[in-house]
Design a protein around this ligand. Sequence first.
Ligand SMILES: Nc1ncnc2c1ncn2[C@@H]1O[C@H](COP(=O)(O)OP(=O)(O)OP(=O)(O)O)[C@@H](O)[C@H]1O
Length: 260
Amino acid sequence: MSNLLEVKGVTKRFGGVIANKDVTFSVETGNITGLIGPNGAGKSTMFNMVSAVFPPTEGEIWFQGKRIDQLPSYKVAPLGISRTFQNLQVFKTMTVLENVMVGLHTKTKSGIVAAALKTKKMRQEEEDMYENALQWIDFVGLSDVVATEASNLPLGKLRLLELARALATSPSLLLLDEIAAGLNNQETLEMANLIKAIRDKGISIFVVEHDMDLVMTICDKIIVLDQGEKIAEGTPKEVQSNERVVEAYLGASEDEEVIS
Ligand SMILES: Nc1ncnc2c1ncn2[C@@H]1O[C@H](COP(=O)(O)OP(=O)(O)OP(=O)(O)O)[C@@H](O)[C@H]1O
């Protein structure tokens, strides 16, 4: 199986704080890979580097065989990688369809050209984007609320909307940042099935998740961070029985999740 994403010796410092320390791992094509660790372990920082929010202080990030962290285009999320956010980033006064379309317009010139000036090619491009958006809205199960304003949707559906918007950009790698946060058991189960269905469509997935049941159910491979360092990597079974992992979680304060 080929490596889609390679993180090589990555360190991130914020002033005196070392959020990630010499971390190396890969995400293989066609897999669901999990990134877990106690609070403050450096998971979000790693996600932010992979999605080009900020560069590593040291080390390299490679995607599809190219080093991306030094490219000028790295300032926006590298083409081919899209993500969802722990704190929802939907536009509350827009409908479901508008929310999905707005992410696509930033990728084309036609979105900023007055309607009368649009060429046939631009109109075709818009038609294709529209069809694509509707297809992903249907895929995540939001067809019945396609024209509903996001402000009228419950959290479970807003998380699905973020997923549809990320998918509509046709990523090769999808980053899911705590996609199940705040969902009830039934919604989490449905989300797990959806994530596996996305993987089965050939999109590789990298998840940060506190819900251990979800991680252990869906992931092919799990990377464990603790205090910025990678302490383990393996299948869910291998990671669950790893002494350093158990210790890292049991050492966490009481209000944090303990691996089960
Ligand atoms: N912008 C920043 N400036 C300064 N320190 C930061 C910044 N972002 C993260 N940190 C620090 O880096 C460390 C790792 O934080 P990070 O948010 O990556 O951990 P995490 O594993 O995602 O935690 P959680 O599970 O609580 O979301 C923490 O000590 C945090 O305080």
